[in-house]
Write a protein that binds this ligand. Structure first.
Ligand SMILES: NC(=O)c1ccc[n+]([C@@H]2O[C@H](COP(=O)([O-])OP(=O)(O)OC[C@H]3O[C@@H](n4cnc5c(N)ncnc54)[C@H](O)[C@@H]3O)[C@@H](O)[C@H]2O)c1
Length: 437
């Protein structure tokens, strides 16, 4: 019955958690012709969405607005709507707690609500990144427990699956529809129904044998990135001591048409995924008496990179007989990666904190981030990048290699430039004032 409703677009869909993932998903489902209800607990966000205002650049107001106006997308904080919905995708945050263990509170809060409104022929899919076992060990018992009559059985009466979200903020080549979706249901029927649902708006789906496999796939993908970034950061640290240009080496190695994939060093990975997800895996591995050494070592090296950048700034100033204490430093780029305004877990903040702690003054320029809070309460505004501002500072540090920045202007007028992203690679003439990591 639910399959027919999905295939005929009569199914009423719901998305819980309207952030980067949930908002994009809600629009993708609506684009396929479904009516969608988004549920979130953040009142300010709901107000903006009700006015057709999106928080994320990948979902422009021009796309969201018409769906809100026509009523095809509705948003609410009222969970009772769940009893009218045929499909529910959970896209709530999965952060780390203070001791770097998984913080499941957002998932359990959402599932408690679903449990109260669970009904026959309902499809529940978890999309939040999490450790293997979450769907079957946490969600399934919570849903089956609510079964007052004792007749709602997973795979027969309701359907439960896990499907990791793979969107990358700012990636205009790969977006939701053309990024294959991995799906693992609790039973074969759960997988089949979830697969049918995704087939309506994702070009290619890939089913796996269980939710645990699908959960592990996501952690493998992100741990793969974290470990490779950790490796290349370590190679950069070695090259630094050997006075070798790591960037030239990577470019040359990347000419090998097989068996090598380029990763690049930098001030450290940021964003919602790479700094967090590997800890989910190493935490779960510990419950199996396994200490995930590679994964933890990579995180350790990656989180040491801001200190390495600080050392480079000190070295750059030293060359000009200046100390960091009392200097004025212009930071270029505070977002965690190029061409987006996302500052979550951005390593730029750790670098700036270290610079401030050492008695220097900070200015910053980021075309995508108009203001930031540093050192507790202090609000900083993005400076306009001019010759006079570049000349007024003792050192310029490039932390994010945004495309639309005049690196030529920076190199021409800065006393010294610390380039952590090789953003100045094409500027040949005055490279003597550039220090790379
Ligand atoms: N951002 C990414 O690029 C990305 C990519 C792939 C996977 N993920 C994963 O997807 C999940 C969501 O990430 P995100 O970046 O969209 O997070 P986000 O912080 O941008 O958004 C989460 C939203 O959930 C809402 N929320 C929290 N608790 C809720 C509750 N109980 N009920 C309803 N709404 C609730 C918050 O108000 C917020 O709007 C995480 O597990 C993340 O690791 C993120």
């Amino acid at each position: 019955m639910i399959i027919k409703k999905i295939e005929s677009r009569r199914a009423r869909c719901g998305v819980i958690g309207l952030g980067y993932v949930g908002l994009s998903l809600m629009v993708a489902i609506a684009n396929a012709g479904f009516r969608v209800t988004g549920i979130d607990i953040c009142q300010q966000k709901l107000e903006r969405l009700k006015n057709g205002i999106s928080d994320i650049p990948d979902v422009p107001d021009s796309v969201l607005g018409p769906f809100i106006e026509s009523g095809q997308i509705q948003v609410t904080d009222d969970y009772s709507v769940l009893s009218e919905l045929d499909t529910v995708n959970i896209c709530v945050p999965t952060p780390l707690s203070e001791n770097k263990s998984p913080d499941m509170q957002f998932i359990t809060a959402a599932v408690q609500q679903i449990a109260m409104h669970l009904h026959t022929e309902q499809l529940i899919i978890l999309e939040s990144t999490t450790y293997p076992g979450t769907t079957e060990e946490i969600i399934l018992p919570m849903l089956q427990k609510t079964d007052i009559s004792g007749t709602l059985q997973v795979g027969q009466d309701f359907y439960l699956a896990y499907s990791p979200e793979r969107i990358e903020p700012g990636n205009s080549t790969f977006f939701m529809a053309n990024t294959p979706k991995v799906i693992g249901g609790v039973t074969t029927k759960c997988t089949q129904i979830a697969n049918t649902f995704y087939e309506q708006y994702i070009n290619k789906t890939h089913t796996v044998s269980s939710p645990r496999i699908a959960e592990m796939v996501k952690l493998l993908e992100n741990t793969f990135r974290s470990v490779n970034i950790g490796l290349i950061n370590e190679v950069a640290l070695i090259c630094d001591r050997m006075d070798l240009d790591v960037w030239e080496i990577i470019d040359a190695a990347a000419t090998k048409p097989f068996g090598f994939m380029p990763f690049y060093p930098g001030p450290g990975p940021g964003g919602h995924c790479i700094p967090i997800d590997p800890h989910y895996l190493s935490w779960k591995a510990r419950t199996y008496q396994y200490h995930a050494r590679f994964i933890e070592l990579a995180s350790e090296i990656n989180s040491s990179m801001p200190k390495h950048v600080l050392d480079k700034v000190i070295q750059a100033l030293n060359q000009h007989r200046k100390s960091l204490n009392g200097s004025k430093i212009l930071v270029i780029g505070v977002a965690y990666k190029k061409d987006i305004g996302d500052i979550r877990e951005s390593p730029s903040f750790e670098v700036m904190r270290l610079i401030l702690d050492n008695g220097a003054q900070i200015l910053y320029h980021d075309p995508h981030v108009s203001n930031i809070i540093l050192g507790g309460e202090d609000i900083y505004h993005s400076e306009t990048l001019t010759k006079s501002i570049i000349e007024s500072v003792d050192c310029v540090v490039i932390l994010t290699d945004h495309s639309n920045i005049d690196y030529e202007l920076i190199v021409r007028h800065a006393a010294v430039v610390v380039d952590t992203r090789n953003a100045t690679h094409s500027i040949q003439h005055s490279s003597s004032n550039i220090i790379k990591i």
